[in-house]
Write a protein that binds this ligand. Structure first.
Ligand code: NAD
Length: 277
């Protein structure tokens, strides 16, 4: 993708790029999705993260059209839900998502969860490879994959994922998955990068925020960026949307990074991918 804003891009293992900060749109406010997406694009966001299960792909597409921006300047991610595993079902689910979005292609299509109990993610991945070959998904990746799921894909398929989108925030740093991704040149994209709000009120983060005259959200997003994670914080409030992008004029020092690394407590906000669904 091309970007005309100041949000830095990460280069994926297929040579294509993805903005380091995107907008997450999961939540109960789907009637507002088109407005939020259009407002975010207006203020400089160039990447939107949706999913079939969010039931707001139509609103995302509408917000994109309303922005008036050229399609190639916007990075769109959507995801295959757990009932879409299996080769034929995955192809049909992808068609449905493009129809909802009213787009000819997505920049990134992800398997949302590995669902090991179904044991079909390799077959599903082959459908994603077909979408990639057909040019309707410019890149393909996964979400919530653990190292053994990734190892199976890498051993059995010709194309590897460009991104693994996983839960990651100061209280749950997912280090084993993050280092597996890094060692295999897969970009880690953090979902719930603010721990779904858990980061707020933490005295360590508040101290670091005060030191840099920044907010806790900005400190945590900056921590992700310095670790090499892409992030997709969610907000529907214009001031917060702007705040979450404003993280490129300061840097955390070694002491700050270590203090945040020390906040790990192993507590997820979401499901365990080894057992979910
Ligand atoms: P998040 O960590 O982004 O936190 C969102 C919460 O923080 C909201 O309550 C929001 O109002 C608040 N917030 C955001 N910016 C703020 C600011 N500057 N100041 C104060 N409060 C602020 O959590 P999330 O929404 O769970 O995750 C973000 C995105 O990740 C989702 O929208 C979705 O796109 C994606 N996601 C993916 C998966 C997956 O399985 N792949 C799972 C969950 C979420």
């Amino acid at each position: 993708m091309r970007s005309d804003t100041s949000i830095p891009l990460d280069t994926q293992n297929n040579g294509l790029t993805i903005p380091q900060i995107g907008l997450g749109v999961f939540g109960p406010e789907n009637s507002a999705t088109a407005d939020v997406v259009a407002a975010a694009l207006e203020m400089g966001y160039r990447s939107i993260d949706t999913a079939a299960i969010y039931e707001n792909e139509a609103g995302v597409g509408e917000g994109i059209r309303r922005s008036g921006l050229p399609r190639e300047q916007i990075h769109v991610t959507t995801k295959l839900w757990n009932d879409g595993h299996g080769y034929d079902r995955a192809l049909a689910a992808f068609d449905r998502s493009l129809r909802e979005l009213k787009l000819d292609y997505v920049d990134l299509y992800l398997i949302h969860w590995p669902v090991p109990s179904q044991n079909m993610y390799v077959e599903t991945w082959r459908a994603l490879e077909k979408n990639l070959a057909g040019g309707r998904a410019l890149s393909i990746g996964v979400s919530n994959f653990q190292p053994d799921h990734l190892e199976n894909l890498l051993a059995q398929c010709s194309t590897g994922p460009v991104v693994n989108q996983v839960e990651l925030h100061p209280e749950f740093q997912n280090e084993r998955v993050r280092s597996f991704n890094t060692n295999h040149n897969i970009l880690t994209q953090a979902w719930s990068p603010l721990g779904r709000g858990r980061v707020f009120g933490n005295p360590v983060l508040e101290g670091i925020a005060q030191k840099h005259s920044k907010t806790v959200a900005q400190v945590v997003i900056r921590w992700h960026i310095q670790l090499g994670n892409a992030v997709i914080p969610k907000s529907i409030t214009p001031a917060r949307l702007a705040e979450n992008l404003d993280v490129f004029d300061f840097a955390l020092d070694k002491q700050d990074m270590e203090a945040i690394n020390g906040l790990e407590n192993g507590e997820r906000t979401g499901f365990d991918p080894d057992v979910f669904a």
